[in-house]
Design a protein around this ligand. Structure first.
Ligand code: ADP
Ligand code: NI
Length: 221
């Protein structure tokens, strides 16, 4: 492990150890480890991938009033401050800029294999059992309802409408989480997403059944 990686790990652990919306240090650590695994399988630059995974949520638009440029700038400046070369800081900033999901109708292309690895790793942590837990932690932190049968999900055509949406947490599954398996950028990510996707479908099926609704928005098995 390089010194830059150790310093970034220490910084992010200190900054995010008690974050309460599912964007805590352990999210960052899981993304770091998945991204490393995907990078090794895909032949990507492992150091750049790990640095970007560690810094991907350093100043997220969901928690800074909607500024999408703050994250890449903060990642870049932090790396320069700890002695990274300019090209490393720039590559990492470019990746951080390409990770975030922006709505069902918005394409989020990647410009490098390393960005593909980090985007896939972050999205893997949004699905499956951990994805379910994180979605409700996030919804709770924002004061959202679990579910409102009268509030149907919408497939957002642009980032602005996706960002400003205040819907119940169950809607987030239809607006983002169930779409992720088909948007994986790498073969390794796609393979890892399959079981996690199936688990979310089972979860939704049981949730609606317990609520007394047998079918909802395509959640049937
Ligand atoms: P991204 O940058 O793609 O949003 P993050 O790692 O920052 O990825 O966080 C995404 C996670 O935050 C989601 O997968 C989910 O767990 C949570 N989240 C974001 N928006 C919502 C929402 N409206 N309702 C519930 N959870 C949400
Ligand atoms: Ni993340």
């Amino acid at each position: 492990m390089t010194e830059l990686i150790s310093i970034c790990e220490a910084e992010m652990m200190a900054k995010f150890s008690d974050e309460g919306s599912g964007h805590d240090w352990f999210h960052i650590l899981r993304v770091r480890n998945s991204a490393e695994k995907i990078a090794m399988a895909e032949g990507a630059n492992v150091e750049i991938t790990i640095l970007a995974a560690l810094l991907h949520d350093i100043d997220d638009h969901k928690f800074n009033g909607g500024d999408v440029y703050a994250g890449p700038i903060a990642a870049h400046n932090f790396l320069i401050s700890i002695g990274a070369k300019a090209d490393v800081a720039q590559s990492v900033a470019d990746i951080v800029n390409q990770v975030t999901f922006k709505g069902a109708g918005v394409d989020t292309p990647v410009s490098s294999i390393e960005a593909a690895c980090v985007q896939d790793a972050d999205r893997l942590d949004a699905i499956g059992a951990i994805g379910v837990a994180r979605a409700f932690a996030y919804g709770g932190s924002k004061g959202r309802l679990l579910f409102n049968p009268e509030d149907a999900p919408g497939l957002h055509a642009d980032f602005e409408s996706y960002k400003s949406n205040q819907g119940a947490t169950i809607n987030h599954f239809f607006e983002k989480l169930l779409l992720l398996k088909d948007r994986m950028q790498t073969a390794t990510g796609r393979a890892l997403a399959a079981d996690r996707h199936d688990f979310m479908q089972q979860f939704l099926f049981a949730f609606f059944e317990e609520w007394g609704i047998s079918r909802m928005w395509g959640s049937e098995k």
